[in-house]
Design a protein around this ligand. Structure first.
Ligand code: FES
Length: 153
């Protein structure tokens, strides 16, 4: 389980204001990496998006049966990605990031639960109960042969 304590995080906006960086470019890039998951995205969401699409082997996910689920990790994204197979060629994928304090949620068959403080989401990732304040980030899924690719919506 990965957890981010955002009480010490800095939003992208306040980071830029306090550092005086008006986009110095490469010198600021490492500092931006530490802000992932703590600031606000342009759409107002606080859920970290993918830095680039991720492709894994569909076979490796072991979700060939309908109504099966799995998860995988990738070094380019700090949270596991939860995958569900709903039927023939119907796949869905979500970030496991809970926007309350950054714990990773679990898929529990009828929806998602956060083990840290009890937030819940329905089977489509829509928030049911807090303290989280956002639905889960659902990725766009494409499948080509054995290539299973997730990308930002
Ligand atoms: S981190 Fe998920 S409910 Fe608190």
């Amino acid at each position: 389980m990965s957890k981010t304590d955002c009480s010490t995080c800095t939003s992208r906006r306040s980071f830029l204001a306090s550092s005086g960086v008006a986009f110095a470019g490469l010198a600021a890039a490492p500092a931006f990496a530490t802000l992932q998951g703590c600031g606000e995205n342009e759409d107002g969401s606080t859920i970290p998006p993918l830095s680039a699409p991720i492709t894994v082997s569909l076979r490796s996910l072991n979700i060939s049966a309908a109504s099966s689920d799995s998860s995988f990790a990738d070094s380019s994204y700090p949270y596991k990605i939860i995958v569900r197979h709903n039927g023939e060629s119907q796949y869905q994928a979500w970030s496991s990031y809970c926007n309350h304090e950054g714990c990773e949620v679990d898929y529990v068959g009828t929806g998602f639960d956060c083990p840290c403080h009890g937030a819940t989401w329905n089977a489509q990732g829509v928030l049911k109960t807090g303290p989280a304040t956002e639905g889960l980030l659902q990725f766009v899924v494409s499948v080509s042969g054995d290539n299973f690719t997730v990308s930002n919506p």
